[in-house]
Design a protein around this ligand. Structure first.
Ligand SMILES: CCCCC/C=C/C(=O)SCCNC(=O)CCNC(=O)[C@H](O)C(C)(C)COP(=O)(O)OP(=O)(O)OC[C@H]1O[C@@H](n2cnc3c(N)ncnc32)[C@H](O)[C@@H]1OP(=O)(O)O
Length: 252
């Protein structure tokens, strides 16, 4: 791999964006390599959680702007589709994903974090969608995912002004789940991942399916999906084991 470093630490797979001299900006090679590693590990049952982070002082400063100068409208469209399809794949990935935001998460970098299930940020992280300052706007799904995550008013402010915001404010508006000290970021994220890995994996997968597909559908369709998934959970060993354990403890 040229642009990422991966570390298998079962039950965790670490994917480290690794172009620190370019603040881990996302080029076509990185898009391909992230997709490749995710496809490689998707059937590996030892891996239960995927963590994305960046090397050096950034999570990622966004799409690689140096690639923009060669883009005509059709190539720009194709680049945006490739990036967006990767983000869609991450959002719908069958294993839980965490963005460990160690520094700048800007533009396409923040859009990658938005595709993850959870975002944990260092106190020194800075986030934003500054594309407007380049005369463009988020093209890896940010216009849609940010609105759904934090609401239209706040999303419009972030997308239209393009300001960089601090981690504490990002936590207050629900853009990140939690902010932690830089020195304890890795430890806290690892603990969170291990906690997630202990949960019944089929139920986790059902939650991801119901929440993600339900969120995009009219509420009655989402609720119907919820009921169907709920029924499927009753076909799992984990459900039987955990419900029986609970009931047998109470009958003693
Ligand atoms: C076509 C589909 C597009 C999909 C939608 C996505 C769009 C985008 O993401 S557009 C990019 C949005 N991001 C930005 O506009 C941020 C750009 N970067 C900065 O503003 C600054 O680098 C900074 C504030 C994040 C940090 O500043 P500083 O600490 O002073 O560091 P440098 O500016 O010196 O950066 C170091 C090094 O990294 C290169 N670099 C930084 N960001 C990018 C980037 N997005 N693309 C390419 N290269 C980037 C920067 O050029 C420096 O490299 P050298 O010039 O070789 O030293």
């Amino acid at each position: 791999m040229e642009t990422i470093v991966t570390k298998e630490e079962p039950p965790i797979e670490w994917i480290v964006l690794n172009r620190p001299d370019k603040l881990n900006s996302i080029n076509s090679i990185m898009i391909r390599e992230i997709g490749d590693i995710l496809r490689q590990i998707v059937d590996n049952d030892k891996i239960k959680v995927v963590i994305f982070t960046g090397s050096g002082k950034a999570f990622s400063a966004g799409a690689d702007i140096s690639q923009f100068k060669d883009l005509d409208p059709v190539k720009a469209w194709e680049f945006a589709i490739k990036g967006r399809e990767l983000m869609d794949y991450i959002e719908r990935y069958p294993k839980p994903t965490i963005a460990m935001i160690n520094g700048y998460a800007l533009g396409g970098g923040l859009e990658l974090a938005l595709s993850c299930d959870l975002r944990i940020a260092s106190q020194i992280a800075e986030l934003g969608l500054p594309e407007i300052n380049l005369g463009i706007y988020p093209g890896f799904g940010g216009t849609q995912r940010l609105v759904r995550l934090i609401g239209k008013g706040r999303a419009m402010e972030i997308i239209m002004l393009g300001d960089i915001i601090k981690a504490d404010y990002a936590e207050r508006i629900g853009l990140v789940n939690r902010v932690v000290e830089p020195s304890s970021l890795e430890k806290e994220v690892r603990e969170l991942a291990l906690k997630l890995a202990e949960k019944p994996q089929i139920a986790i997968r059902l939650i991801k399916t119901v929440v993600n597909y339900g969120n995009d559908a009219p509420i009655l369709s989402g609720l119907t999906l919820e009921s169907l998934g709920w029924g499927i959970a009753f076909a799992t060993e984990e459900e039987k084991k955990r419900v029986n354990e609970f009931l047998s403890r109470r009958s003693k």
